[in-house]
Design a protein around this ligand. Structure first.
Ligand SMILES: *Cc1c(COP(=O)(O)O)cnc(C)c1O
Length: 323
């Protein structure tokens, strides 16, 4: 696809030493728009019929998917509307506006933005580009696995940040159908991990959103989830949780050892590995580094505390209090 970059797969001696095994980082932080989300957006939007494109596209997002849709819409010359909640990070909403999309801020939670998105779509006829529960989006995110298999066919373990589960569904479906022995582990933050709690409950359940460094992982999986819940149930070995402190430490680890500035959501994979939570063989293990769109001030506070050895390193970020 002309819109998607093939991202680097970088060996991490630091992570291999720290966790035991051989680890690579899949650097989706260097993807166009700063996260892997452009893969799914490009996959879903390039297949829209012309008549549908002319009515424009609309979506709901915690930020990165909205930004990817806004960017793709600009490439295709299509009108885009992005619905976010008041929780969306200002740096992300500003980036969405800069792409020329119409931004609508609605409600205090991701679910409010979603409801509003469908209401507007009914009126305008715009095509809804779902953030994760869509076959084209899942297939687009799955192209990461195809790049991994081309470069390192011996991969035995992949650790993937999880929110709605589009990213891990695409990757796991591709890897498991190539080699059922490959271990696929999801990682989320401790507070508000919708997929983890849904798997435990045996059905999609709603969770309360909490302040977290991993703001891109907030939001539910949808109580009418069609695809990702079952794909994760079928293809994913485990979904583990990491603390805010572990996330901040992993962000710091990636800065110090790789010069990488990543957002909290992207660091949960490395956090899970450093916390010894992934299990399995890891002679060729990959951590997906899903994005770089951190709020700069929040990033500096969190990582600065860790570098300074402050005991509260990684406490929940200010300015995004719980409901
Ligand atoms: C969206 C996102 C995720 C989670 O992807 P899902 O498909 O919703 O599970 C992880 N990391 C970043 C940076 C994201 O933007």
């Amino acid at each position: 696809m002309p819109y998607v970059r093939r991202t680097p797969l970088e060996y991490s001696a630091a992570l291999s030493d720290a966790a035991g095994g051989a680890f690579w980082l899949k650097l989706e932080c260097w993807q166009e728009t700063g996260s892997f989300k452009v893969r799914g957006a490009a996959s879903a939007m390039t297949q829209l019929p012309r008549a549908s494109r002319e009515r424009g596209v609309i979506t709901f997002s915690t930020g990165n998917h909205g930004l990817a849709v806004a960017w793709m819409a600009r490439q295709l010359g299509v009108k885009a509307t992005v619905c976010v909640s008041r929780r969306a990070a200002p740096t992300k909403t500003e980036a969405i506006r800069r792409q020329g999309a119409t931004l609508i801020v609605e409600g205090g939670a991701q679910d409010d933005a979603e409801l509003h998105c469908y209401a507007v779509a009914q009126q305008t006829g715009a095509a809804v580009i779902k953030p994760f529960d869509d076959a084209f989006v899942i297939a687009g995110q799955g192209t990461i696995a195809l790049e991994l298999l081309e470069e390192r066919p011996e991969i035995d373990t992949v650790v993937v940040p999880v929110s709605g589960g589009g990213l891990i569904s695409g990757i796991a479906a591709a890897l498991k159908q190539t080699n059922p022995q490959t271990r696929v582990v999801g990682a989320s933050m401790e507070g508000g991990a919708a997929m983890h709690h849904s798997l435990a409950a045996g059905r999609p359940v709603a969770v309360e959103e909490r302040a977290t460094l991993a703001d891109s992982l907030q939001g539910g999986i949808g109580k009418d989830n069609q695809l990702t819940y079952r794909l994760v149930q079928r293809f994913v070995d485990d979904v583990v949780l990491v603390s805010e402190r572990a996330i901040a430490e992993a962000m710091t680890f990636l800065l110090v050892n790789h010069g990488l500035l990543v957002e909290g959501a992207a660091a949960v994979s490395v956090a899970a590995i450093l916390q010894g939570k992934i299990g399995g063989a890891r002679q060729a293990a990959v951590a997906i580094i899903s994005g770089r769109n951190a709020d700069p001030a929040r990033y500096v506070r969190a990582v600065g505390k860790c570098l300074g050895g402050v005991p509260s390193c990684g406490s929940a970020p200010e300015g995004s209090a719980t409901r």
